[in-house]
Every structure is written in C-alpha cells, then in structure tokens.
Design a protein around this ligand. Structure first.
Ligand code: ADP
Ligand code: MG
Length: 631
C-alpha cells in the first residue's frame, strides 16, 4: 500500500504554521498562566482518541494491531532533561497527516473563537478545550515540542519526526521508528518544571484519565528499571455500575468529555436492557459553548458500540434543540461499521433518540423542581435553545411547557423566572387566558401599548423580547387548559374580566366615536384594515394590533430579517378615545391638518410596536409642522 519514497520526500523540511495557528500559539505562550495543567488533559485525550481510532480501523484491518495489541498510554517525566513524554500505541500519523494535523486548524469557526477570547484566564482556557486545538496547548508549558509518530500499517522507515519551538515554523523529517503510534516530548519551560514532579503529575494524570478506557502507565515509584504501572482504572466510566461511581468521578468525566467546560449542572446515567440494549450518560453543562448558535457548531453525543469508539458528535441521538447536552451513548445493538448515513435512516436510532430526549427533559424537570437555583442558571444559558423545542417537537410539548421561564409584568428587571404554573397560580378570578406580548426587546415588550389595559387591571403579562420568541410562541396553544393569548393580536378576550360597566362604556364610546373612526380610516386608507375603539390602552393614544389569525408583527419582522418573504397582513389601528390626543384629533375633524394628525398617530403606534417607519424623514417633518403650531 505504500509507494517507495523519493529522497526529497524523505528530506527534512521547514514549514510555516497556518496564520490562525500562529495566533493561537502566541496566546498559549504569552497569556495563559493559570490552569496550565489543561495541556495534560488535552494530550491524554489525543492519545486516547488515537487508540480509539486504531481499534476502530483494526475491526476491518486486524493486521494493523500486529504484535502490539494492548492499547495504552504512557506518561513519563525526566527531571534531569526537563522533559515530559506522552506516548500512545494508537493510530499514529503519516508525514502528510502530521503536517496538516499539527500545522493547521481544520475546524470552521476560527474567527468566532478568537472573537470570544476574553482575556479571562479561566474562560479562555475553557475555550481552548472546546475549540479542539488541544495539541497546541503543549506550548503552554513547553518551549519546544517534539513529536515522533508512525502511522499504523506503514513501514518502520516511514516514521516521522515533527518539531517546533512555536516561533512560526515547524520541521518534519522521516525517521526510522520501530513502533507505531505517537510520542510527544515536551521540553518544559523553566517556569513549568513543576510538571516533572512525580506526585503532582500522578494526581493530574489520575484526574484526567481515570475514566478513559485505556490504561495509563507511569514508571513505578522508586524503581530505576523501566517498570510501569497503570495509574488509572482503564475502564470506561459509563460501563461501570452506577452505585459504584462517585459524584466527583461523574464531574471529572464531564471535565474530560467537555475539555474543561466547568461543572455540569446535572447528569443522568442509564442502562437500558431488553429489546434494545444501550447505556447513556448525559450531562447538562453549566456554560454554553462558543459555537452554540453556529449552524455547523459541534453537537451530539460520543457514540460507542460495545465500548468501541465509533464517532464524536453523533447528532442523530438528540434533537437540535437539545444540542447543549454532552455525553456518551454506548449501544450493544448497532453494527460496528455504522456510519452517519446509516444512523440517519435507522429506526433503532430513531427510537433511542425518542427515549434520550425524554430522559433529558425529565432530568431538566427534576432540576427545576429540586434545584431551582441551578435551573435558573440553566435557563440563562440555554433557555432560548430549549424553546426551539416548542416548534420542533410538538410530541413533547407537555414536557416542555413546565420548563419554560418568562419575564413578566409581575417583576422588575430582565430575569426570566416565572413559570406557567406560577402564572396560573396568580391568575385573577374570572381570568381564563395566559397573556403574553412579544417585543423587539424585553424593555419594548414591557412598555408595549397593547398591555397597558391589562396592567391597569392588574393582570399579569408574560414578556418576551428575543427574535426567536415570536416564532416559538406561535406554537403554544394552552397550558393546563388555559389558552395562551398574544395581547397584541385580535380581541383581548377578557371574558368575565371585563365588567358590565366596561362593556357599557365601550358601547357608548363606539357610537360616539363612529364618525371619528370612519374619518381616520379614510385618512389612512390601505395602511390599516380597520380603525376601532380600544380596550387595551390606558396611557397611549393608539396601538396597532394584528388580526387574530394574521402573522404577528414581530414574527413578520424576524422572517424578513432572515430574508424570507412574509405575508403583509394589514393591522388594525385601535384608538384610546379617552386620550387627550385623540380628543384633540376629534376636534380637528374638519381641519386641513386632520390627515397629518391621523398619520402621526398611526406612525407613533408603529414605533411603539417596534416597527420601522417607511419614511422617517416625512414623519419628522410632520411632527415639526405640528410643533410649530404650538407657538
Ligand atoms: P482535536 O483532538 O480536537 O482534533 P487537537 O489539536 O487536539 O484537536 O489535535 C489535532 C489533530 O492532531 C487530531 O485531530 C489528530 O488528527 C492529530 N493528533 C494529535 N495527537 C495525536 C496522537 N497522539 N496520535 C495521532 N494523531 C494525533
Ligand atoms: Mg484533541
């Protein structure tokens, strides 16, 4: 399978790092002083990945394992030389692979990554792990890194030595290597010599490797000869009995799995036996990854089949709206040669996805109930993602509804802490709807004219201010038999809340204002479908509302912003006939400026609702004309 190589191809070359890598290396070298030990987690993780990959490839090509079938990782410090060595007997790299894997960043989103860097040591070191640039983290502690590697299946003379002092270049050359796999030698910086300390090293190695599926071997204490002992269990954590696993071990495993994304908020470890046989270990992280909102951001679970690692980011096991979940699924039924395409079409996978989805929703339900503080933290980070489920997963709406949290007129500030159950418990006598309003921001929702009347009646209104809200709220019908009602659309449906006096007043206003309404409608023409007396307003003079079955204005704007054609339903203009501005307008019914006044009223309503004016310049002129009259 290998072609004899020419002299030139074997020669030593010096190559430049990709620009992004250079930038990253600068970061590693100059600005990470705390949490430096993460380099060890990353290099152990790479060694374990390399063993995983070999085990997988060897399924179809057993000869790759030849003569060296016990996969492991070795870690060794040499105090005299000031070096730390991490070695595996996994898949290894060819010369070409070494050049591209250790000289470039293959992933997309590099720009995003650099944008997210904050200068905060803790946060940035977490980012580095998430971004999957673990190899370069060796340069946090080393001023020179030497890699010797041989791809499984290649002959001994196709070993590769890669070396760099992170000064912009690296060298590669072919060397003879007896063994396959990869050895990474870190030439420690003067201020990083602590990592040769055997006690410190052992405790770190244990922390980062106790749950990986391979033995990690270190030289036996106090023995001069080359005797090694395993310092970890070498069993995959999820394969152990739940009762046997400590909380700290679950946390450490999460740290390993997530490349240091902090503490998990919750986890759920389950074994399913019977018709289907699989184990899952699912985590809710406490912090969102930098690429949560990127289309091609990494998501999904680590997939194993009978302990054999198959792939990272298997996104078929959870719906998109649960993309924040991290974890492992290990199936006993799937074929070892399963591919992403096969996963997509597989009905078993579909069934597992359903079960895992329910498991996550139940875990969140439990968190909300038992640890509301943590649930609040969850909601802050991931609430907007979870909400997508309302639109995407109608089947689980019953489970999702109790998980929602809102800002409301009942409280100040932006905190989203009100559940639908809280709302229902506080409903007024006679109230049978759950009112909400969506604005361009939370502040805009809070001062939305359409909810003035509700507030005046002491009726709580849920406030929403995110782009996605207009879309997801449209998918909500009812909670515990109470209809969810958009306060800016159709009739308010106050039902029993509107007193007899209210009704009488409206009727009277209707007949009194009939002429004014007609005149305003004539002035505004096709801009509105109707002009009517409002029961929604208190302090504002006018409000625009959508017809009950028309698309809401925020949704139309969101679609337009996404470049989608949205049907332009005509809004209804509602007037507050008690308002002095409307009264003034009425007095001017016969004047030439009536048209301008009516238009300004309409334009105000557009602005208050979050709409852009089609001709802001003309609006300003109209306003100034009115202003001049005040003199
Ligand atoms: P990631 O592990 O997320 O891919 P890294 O920066 O940690 O990113 O590693 C980059 C790449 O270098 C890996 O994807 C792998 O192809 C290669 N690599 C790193 N370490 C090893 C190793 N010990 N054995 C084989 N390949 C390795
Ligand atoms: Mg890595």
């Amino acid at each position: 399978m290998t072609t004899p190589q020419s002299k030139e191809a074997l020669a030593k070359e010096t190559l430049g790092f990709q620009a992004e890598v250079r930038e990253l290396l600068k970061l590693m070298i100059h600005s990470l002083y705390s949490h430096r030990e993460i380099f060890l987690r990353e290099l152990i993780s790479n060694a374990s990945d390399a063993n995983d990959k070999l085990r997988f490839e060897a399924l179809s090509r057993p000869e790759l394992m030849a003569g060296d079938a016990e996969l492991a990782v070795w870690i060794e410090a040499n105090a005299a030389a000031g070096t730390l060595t991490i070695r595996d007997n996994g898949i290894g790299m060819s010369r070409e692979e070494a050049v591209s894997n250790l000289g470039t960043i293959a992933r997309s989103g590099t720009a995003e990554f650099f944008k997210k860097l904050s200068g905060d040591q803790q946060k940035d070191s977490q980012l580095i792990g998430q971004f999957g640039v673990g190899f370069y983290s060796g340069f946090i502690v080393a001023d020179r890194v030497t890699v010797e590697t041989r791809r499984a299946g290649l002959p001994a003379n196709e070993g590769v030595r890669w070396e760099s002092a992170a000064d912009g270049d690296f060298t590669v050359e072919n060397i003879d290597l007896e063994q396959r796999g990869t050895k990474i030698v870190l030439h420690l910086k003067d201020d990083a010599k602590e990592f040769v300390d055997s006690w410190r090293l052992r405790s770190l190695v244990r922390r980062y490797s106790d749950h990986i599926a391979f033995p990690v071997r270190m030289p036996k204490e106090g023995e001069a000869s080359l005797a090694y002992e395993a310092v970890n269990r070498g069993t995959a954590l999820w394969a152990r009995a739940k009762s046997d696993i400590k909380d700290d071990e679950y946390r450490e495993f999460f740290e390993y799995l997530s490349h240091g994304a902090g503490e998990p908020l919750a986890w759920s470890h389950n074994r399913v036996e019977g018709k289907r046989d699989y184990t899952s270990l699912l985590y809710i992280p406490s912090a969102a990854p930098f690429d949560l909102w990127q289309r091609d951001g990494a998501r999904g679970l680590k997939l194993y089949v009978r302990r054999v690692f198959i792939m990272d980011d298997a996104e078929q096991f959870l719906p998109l709206y649960l993309r924040f979940v991290k974890g492992v699924v290990d199936s006993a039924d799937l074929p070892l040669n399963v591919s992403r395409e096969l996963l997509q079409a597989d009905s078993e996978v579909e069934a597992m996805r359903g079960a895992l989805t329910r498991r996550v929703l139940e875990m969140l339900g439990k968190l909300a109930k038992d640890e509301p503080e943590k649930y609040r933290a969850f909601w802050r980070e991931f609430g907007a993602v979870l909400k997508e489920g309302l639109a995407e997963d109608h089947g689980n709406q019953e489970k999702l509804l109790p998980l929602l949290r809102f800002a409301s007129t009942n409280g100040e500030g932006d905190a989203e802490g009100v559940s639908l159950a809280d709302y229902v418990a506080r409903m007024q006598t006679g109230q049978d709807k759950i009112y909400y309003v969506v604005g361009e921001s939370l502040a805009a929702a809070r001062s939305h004219p359409a909810i003035e009347g509700l507030r005046a009646r002491n009726i709580e209104v849920l406030l929403l201010g995110r782009r996605i809200d207009a879309w997801v709220m449209d998918h909500l019908q009812a909670f515990e038999g109470k209809k969810l009602k958009d306060a800016s659309r159709g009739d308010l449906e106050l039902g029993e809340l509107a007193s007899a006096a209210d009704k009488e007043k409206t009727e009277a206003q209707l007949s009194e204002s009939a002429a004014l309404l007609k005149r305003v409608k004539e002035s505004l023409g096709e801009r509105v479908s109707e002009v009517r007396v409002s029961s929604r307003l208190k302090d504002s003079a006018a409000v625009l509302v959508a017809a009950e079955h028309d698309m809401s204005a925020p949704l139309r704007r969101a679609l337009a912003a996404a470049g989608q054609e949205a049907p332009a339903g005509k809004p209804v203009l509602e007037l507050n006939v008690d308002h002095h501005v409307v009264k003034y307008l009425e007095q001017r019914s016969q004047d030439a400026e009536f048209g301008d006044l009516a238009l300004v009223l309409y334009e105000q309503a557009m602005l208050a609702e979050g709409e852009q004016l089609p001709d802001p310049g003309a609006f300003v002129q109209r306003l100034n004309k009115l202003w001049m009259r005040l003199q």
